[in-house]
Design a binder for this molecule. Structure first.
Ligand code: NAP
Length: 315
């Protein structure tokens, strides 16, 4: 079976894939563009794609009747794949849920604490030799303990963040979701506009979809309190980035912590110029053992498919 791996994975995963299949791995770290996706659909039995690979409707339309039967995505988010168009040509899609949950929740906590306590700004001050010494009212930030967290998208990652905030930081938890969630700690379900106004820290953990595009825009940001901060570990386009920049520049909200960007990897100069934002380069799952788990999970789907068994993680 011919397997295309779109970006090089950890060595142990590459070795496991090569032991089992005829593997081609692209040499670049850049996403597959439309033409590459069309060619891959014709040339391989299975593709193991990842973030940004352009398996859009147009690629399936151009491919006609593809040779590929499975796209075994490396990652839980698959907004770069048009799943309906894939299914319409008989191509199944799988992902890697669960393997990413704790690591991504940890990055949300990193962003939350760094932004609330002005850690990025403080780090820059020290590195630039601008620090003149401790004093009682130097760089005062927001005390996170006991504050109110609002989670938008209370799925696996949203719940892992809420758990950390409740048990670790004594925070009360509110969430906006399409359905009630049953959790081992108290959490209040609220409508989105009310949640935006009621919380000190708002975290986005929804998948990117047409429904969640710009879920947080100018109106939602205007509803937030001036001392509140926004954290996005989901996907860039669930926030209207221009509206976020305007809200930050106007002091409508106190800060933002971002792991993802609307036009990633482009990060607007206006964001980079702001002291009250923490900017990470999409580090959510960036730990070797997590990437190995994700790779093994993606491969388990390929192996099940090759053996004619049900795939464990269909989407
Ligand atoms: P999940 O378990 O499927 O949770 C997503 C949650 O979002 C579900 O509870 C779902 O609600 C909810 N939701 C969907 N549409 C919504 C809407 N319109 N309004 C409110 N809630 C909505 O997924 P997950 O594993 O937590 O992952 C979430 C996302 O995080 C992924 O899709 C991915 O894009 C992103 N992610 C980012 C990184 C990173 O590196 N920064 C890493 C991993 C994942 P229902 O339960 O009602 O369906």
């Amino acid at each position: 079976m011919k397997l295309l791996i779109s970006r090089r994975l950890p060595d142990s995963v590459m070795a496991a894939a090569e032991a089992r299949f005829e593997v081609t791995c692209r040499a670049t770290t850049q996403p597959m563009d439309h033409d590459e996706c069309v060619a891959a659909l014709a040339e391989y039995d299975v593709v193991l794609p990842t973030l940004g690979d352009a398996f859009r409707e147009a690629a399936f339309a151009a491919a006609g009747q593809p040779r590929v039967r499975l796209l075994a995505n490396f990652g839980v988010g698959y907004n770069h794949i048009d799943v309906d168009a894939a299914k319409a040509c008989g191509v199944r899609v799988t992902n890697t849920p669960g393997a990413v949950t704790d690591a991504t929740a940890d990055i949300a906590m990193t962003l939350m604490l760094m932004t609330a306590r002005r850690a990025g700004e403080g780090e820059r001050l020290v590195r630039e030799s601008g620090w003149k010494g401790w004093h009682p009212v130097q760089m005062l930030g927001m005390h996170v303990t006991g504050k109110r967290l609002g989670v938008i998208g209370m799925g696996r990652i949203g719940q892992a963040i809420a758990r950390r905030c409740h048990f670790g930081f004594g925070m009360s938890v509110a969430y906006a979701a399409r359905s009630d969630k049953d959790m081992e700690f108290p959490a209040e379900r609220m409508e989105l506009p009310a949640l935006m106004g009621a919380c000190d820290v708002v975290v986005l953990a929804v998948p990117a979809s047409p429904e969640t595009h710009h879920l947080v825009g100018a109106a939602e940001l205007a509803a937030m309190q001036p001392h509140a901060i926004l954290i996005n570990i989901a996907r860039g386009d669930v926030v209207d980035e221009a509206a976020l920049i305007a809200a930050l520049e106007a002091g409508q909200i106190a800060g933002a912590g971002l792991d993802v960007y609307e036009f990633e990897p482009e990060v607007p100069q206006a964001l980079r110029a702001l002291e009250n934002v923490t900017l990470l380069p999409h580090l959510g799952t960036a730990a070797l053992e997590v990437r190995e788990d994700m790779g093994r999970m993606a491969l388990d789907n390929v192996i099940a498919f090759a053996e004619g068994r049900p795939v464990p993680n269909p989407v």
